[in-house]
Write a protein that binds this ligand. Structure first.
Ligand code: GLA
Ligand code: ZN
Length: 678
């Protein structure tokens, strides 16, 4: 058996989703039908209780778990495991009425009224106490049930609270961080500017909307504090559960590139990473293949939080969603493609929101495996059942990992710092899109690129791309130097190494902290273009790449100039450089060009890193998962056209056919090939 299995009980992949029987307790006929339909759809897990607090505890101190007990047991008897949620994502009315401190305060200082969800105060001792009581009861009552394979903490944790309790905690957090020395904080936050000097930690307010928002250090620390405090709240729940049942793994569901919390820090507290995947399928701004490639990036970000294990897709829509601007239907075949893409990228689960559509309220029209019609002869049900079948066949993939020698550095603090910097243009900074754009080019070459933090160990990689690494984490510069020194291929771009973790600019030339020595250049100025401005850079072979948005003017120290600008006062000065450093090479790309144009550079770097490339037809993705017992290649056709892929060999796990030579995939088709053991 693979050592990296997420669950000891489930032998293969997990196919399941959010199940809300508490909405149907007066309809035993429907609950019975659910079990029959789940089996028919190949479902082997159900996530229970995500928002069930008022069903668990309808009045303070009055607990009702009978329905849950019956449900978990019944599911288990039918081969369906339970992912058991803590209900802290939404509060019953009695709780807010009795303990208003549980309700969050917004960035104008206004306390929320009771309602909706996801809006509790993370500091409130009362809320922690109440959540702790219910969590303990759940663990005590259900933790030993063989059907319970995992705890799901709360739901999509996020948001900020500006209540007096949180403000006080923030001040304490700052005092701790700055060694109770207010002058240390003043120096770090450069508060001599605009007379913003603080005398005492108690004077510091969070960045209220109508308050202090001009101190970058404060804004960043508030973000970091919010992660810290959310983590602290989450750990309170986790510790409560673990104190009763230490062996049941815990997760919480993340949201794509949500930037309100530093997920990398939260993942450290979890046994497995899971996320909710809701792509904008068939939108009017990109091809489906592009939407899928973007989703592959998101999967890879999640995979990067815990690379030694598969991750989970905790939620995805079986049909449409109800909260996009336009809630378009997923076209036939795309469901299977998207589900198997998740597996291809390293997930061991495909779980849905939601199993059955409710009759009323906010999500009554959100896609579900079972629609209001209630039958199993719908297109969506059939497509889900087809995925269920496929996932059974793919059981050997469970526990295998995606392994690669290429990585992209992508940092949360850096995202925040770039967004907050009063520089460049807010319209075109586009840090995330820049990373995604470059990452997609490597995908086109059949190269998986891990997405990791800039201070993480790079020793397993031979190629690293670090777009717009504006903020340098402590030790990041040294890390990069070591990487290149021992033979790595590194690419950095404009807007690299301007500030340290306090967002104080490095003196003596960018990129700072010793990186200008690594790249052999200093960036003297950065030009921000208006949207219609253009420049070009000319490469040694005469080809021209178009420059948009940003161009840095470089002083070259001891790097080789590979391309120069063609226009403006900096025409004929360096735009792309390379310095050989130790056994590797450090490239610096001073201007923004379309990632597609940089393909020759990426190919050269890959060749130097001896990373094999497989050129794929337009719209096709290749992902490989590897384990002790074999490797599995996923070919996904995101285009509506039939494609042919040459030089392929293996056994198609979905059809059983042996493939040697050309693999033909219909539009939106997918094949998973078990590769011969090397
Ligand atoms: C989120 C939530 C779910 C549900 C879905 C709808 O992911 O976690 O409870 O609201 O969105 O898409
Ligand atoms: Zn609060």
């Amino acid at each position: 058996m693979e050592k990296n299995m997420l669950f000891s009980q489930v032998k293969g992949l997990v196919h399941g989703g959010d199940y809300n029987p508490d909405q149907w307790l007066d309809r035993p006929d429907i609950l019975a039908e659910d079990i029959r339909l789940m089996k028919k759809a190949g479902i082997n897990s159900a996530t229970l209780g995500v928002f069930s607090w008022s069903a668990y505890e309808p009045e303070e101190g009055e607990f009702h778990f009978e329905w849950l007990e019956e449900m978990i047991e019944n599911l288990y008897q039918n081969g369906i495991y339970t992912v058991l949620s803590t209900p802290s994502g939404a509060r019953p009315a009695w709780l807010d009425a009795a303990y208003p401190e549980a309700m969050r305060v917004d960035n104008r200082g206004l306390r929320n009224h009771h309602g909706v969800r996801h809006n509790h105060c993370m500091s409130s001792p009362k809320y922690r106490e109440k959540a702790g009581i219910i969590d303990r009861k759940l663990a005590e009552r259900f933790g030993s049930h063989p059907g319970v394979i995992m705890y799901h903490i709360s739901n999509e944790l996020g948001g900020e609270c500006y209540c007096p309790l949180c403000v006080k905690r923030f001040q304490e957090y700052l005092a701790e961080k700055y060694d109770h020395d207010i002058e240390k904080l003043n120096r770090a936050w450069w508060t001599s500017f605009w007379s913003h000097h603080y005398n005492r930690f108690e004077q510091i307010e969070p960045p209220f909307q109508n308050g202090e928002t001009s101190v970058m250090g404060l804004n960043m620390e508030w973000k970091r504090f919010t992660t810290w405090n959310m983590n602290d709240f989450m750990k309170h729940e986790i510790n409560t559960l673990r104190s009763v049942t230490p062996d049941i793994p815990v997760t919480t569901n993340f949201m794509r590139l949500f930037d309100g919390l530093d997920y990398r820090k939260m993942a450290l507290e979890l046994d497995a990473v899971s996320w909710d995947n809701y792509p904008f399928f068939h939108n009017d701004w990109e091809t489906l293949a592009d939407t899928l490639a973007d989703t592959a990036f998101q999967h890879t970000v999640m995979r990067g939080y815990k690379r030694e294990k598969p991750f989970m897709v905790m939620e995805s829509a079986p049909g449409l969603v109800n909260w996009h601007k336009y809630n378009k239907l997923k076209r036939p075949g795309v469901h299977k493609l998207a589900c198997l893409q998740a597996i291809a990228c390293g997930s061991d689960t495909v779980q849905y929101f939601q199993w059955r559509k409710g009759r009323g309220s906010y999500e009554q029209y959100h896609g579900a495996v079972v629609d209001h019609i209630g039958t199993d002869d719908t297109r969506v049900f059939r497509e889900v059942a087809e995925v269920g079948e496929a996932m059974k066949k793919l059981a050997p993939v469970a526990g295998t990992l995606v392994k690669t020698r290429a990585a992209m550095l992508f940092d949360w603090d850096n995202r925040m710092a770039i967004r907050d910097a009063r520089a460049l243009s807010d319209e075109t900074k586009q840090y995330e899109d820049t990373c995604i754009g470059i990452w997609k080019q490597f995908l086109k070459l059949g190269v998986e690129m891990d997405i990791i933090g800039s201070d993480e160990d790079l020793s397993r990689y031979d190629l690293v791309v670090a777009p717009m690494l504006y903020m340098l984490q402590k030790g990041a510069a040294e890390n990069l130097k070591r990487f290149v020194e021992r033979g790595g291929q590194l690419l950095a771009t404009y807007f690299t190494g301007y500030v340290d973790t306090e967002q104080l600019c490095f003196l003596g030339g960018f990129p700072g902290d010793g990186l200008s020595e690594l790249f052999g250049i200093v960036s003297e100025e950065i030009d921000t273009y208006y949207p219609s401005d253009r420049n070009h850079i000319r490469l040694e072979d005469g080809s021209l790449w178009e420059v948009v948005d940003y161009a840095e003017v470089l002083r070259v120290k001891d790097a080789k100039v590979l391309a120069e600008y063609t226009e403006d006062y900096y025409a004929d000065t360096a735009a792309l450089t390379c310095k050989e450093y130790g056994r590797g090479k450090a490239y610096y790309m001073a201007a923004r060009v379309k990632p597609k144009e940089m393909m020759p550079l990426f190919e050269k770097m890959l060749a130097d890193a001896q990373i094999p490339v497989k050129k794929l037809p337009e719209g096709v993705e290749l992902h490989v998962r590897t384990g002790e017992e074999g490797a599995y290649a996923f070919y996904l056709n995101g285009s509506p056209e039939t494609v042919e892929i040459a030089d392929v060999e293996g056994v198609d796990m979905l059809t059983g056919a042996g493939i040697q030579g050309t693999l033909t995939l219909p539009g939106y088709g997918v094949a998973v090939l078990a590769l011969a053991k090397q």
